[in-house]
Design a protein around this ligand. Structure first.
Ligand code: SAM
Ligand code: SF4
Length: 334
């Protein structure tokens, strides 16, 4: 379906839980968050109903997210069912990787089309400081096991200057260490500009222009990679001798709203039309209302279509006072 700005909306991110087994400092406040009561979270059947309506409206790609999606029981079953919906072409997942090794077999059996692992550093101490957990080795093992399969694997790292987090005398952490993952394995490593959502406001975005300049200085012969890598706004470059590419997702300094193709479903059933605003529609009352069968589906589709028809033209991350979204990223799904 087209939105009022002529953009084709064919991508839906579905958050299936607000729970998480990590506490990334830029995503969850240090004092923690109250979990949403389970009765307020959509059941897997309700998620499938919304996805089916989305498919009728032109959604072709679904990304499963959270909180941490793999902590929700039935995540792989859901993926298998989503893959059966006529019109849905790809179902992918974004995970912190802690439980990935455990679920890799089930995910591939369910037909997962791509796995994104969020990993900000390959330094064990810094990983622990950022996430609150000594889990780097577990994530790296899962990541390598995933990369050995025939499924596209990407690493997503928020681009933050972590230098003030280092202990005195600790070896400097370098974004190039993360890039090594793309040298040794067929993994795309992507840097994502921090967005001023929730605790992310305390971590100013660093410009990708500077990163790209450094990249070119370190690896002469870096070339723009024009191949299609997915459904999103990342701009890719290839480094000679590397198996994976390096990508930049620059929501702030390289605003890409004119090619936005997505909507987001929160775990409570709210269909969000832009990350920056609370605009959208609460689908849960319709899902749990009195209607059933084709009447219910028609009403859900009307509500979703109406929300898409009112999708904002662009985010306003450069004017912090205009941001109306007050939820943290763990409740939205990234
Ligand atoms: N737990 C899963 C994970 O980490 O991939 C899925 C949910 S997490 C909210 C999705 C993505 O959002 C992660 O890659 C995380 O780094 C990113 N993220 C969290 N807060 C952000 C912020 N303020 N700006 C940009 N990305 C953010
Ligand atoms: Fe959890 Fe993902 Fe947020 Fe980290 S970024 S706290 S893993 S939801």
């Amino acid at each position: 379906m087209k939105d009022p700005w002529g953009r084709i909306i064919d991508y839906m991110r579905i958050s299936i839980t607000d729970r998480c087994n990590l506490r990334c400092r830029y995503c969850m406040p240090e004092e923690g968050v109250d979990w949403i009561p389970m009765r307020e979270i959509l059941t897997l059947e309700e998620i499938l109903e919304v996805a089916s309506c989305g498919a009728d409206l032109g959604i072709r790609h679904i990304k499963i997210t959270g909180g941490e999606p793999l902590v929700r029981k039935g995540c792989c079953h859901l993926i298998r069912e989503l893959k059966q919906i006529p019109g849905i072409e790809k179902v992918t997942i974004t995970t912190n990787g802690i439980l990935l090794g455990q679920y890799l077999k089930e995910l591939t059996a369910a037909g997962i089309d791509g796995i994104n692992v969020s990993l900000d550093t390959t330094d064990r101490c810094l990983f622990k400081k950022i996430t609150g957990t000594d889990g780097l080795e577990t994530v790296l093992e899962s990541l390598r096991a995933a990369a050995a399969l025939a499924v596209p694997v990407k690493v997503n790292a928020v681009s933050v200057d972590w230098s003030r987090w280092l202990e005195d005398g600790q070896k400097g952490i370098d974004w190039k260490d993360l890039l090594e993952l793309a040298r040794t394995d067929p993994i795309d490593v992507r840097f994502i500009e921090m967005m001023p959502i929730g605790s992310g406001r305390d971590f100013p975005a660093i410009s990708h222009e500077r990163l790209l300049e450094e990249l070119k200085a370190c690896y002469p012969g870096v070339q723009k990679d024009e191949r299609v890598h997915g459904f999103g706004p990342a701009v890719y470059h290839r480094i000679c001798g590397f198996q994976g590419s390096v990508g930049f997702i620059s929501a702030i300094h390289g605003k890409f709203c004119d090619s936005c193709n997505r909507v987001r479903l929160t775990s409570q059933g709210y269909l969000k039309t832009c990350l920056c605003y609370e605009d959208g529609v609460d689908l849960r009352p319709l899902l749990r209302g009195e209607l059933s069968g084709p009447e219910k589906k028609a009403k859900l589709k009307r509500a979703m279509g109406q929300a898409i028809a009112e999708k904002p033209m662009a985010h306003c991350f450069d004017e912090l006072d205009s941001i109306t979204e007050m939820k943290g990223m763990s409740r939205i799904g990234g």
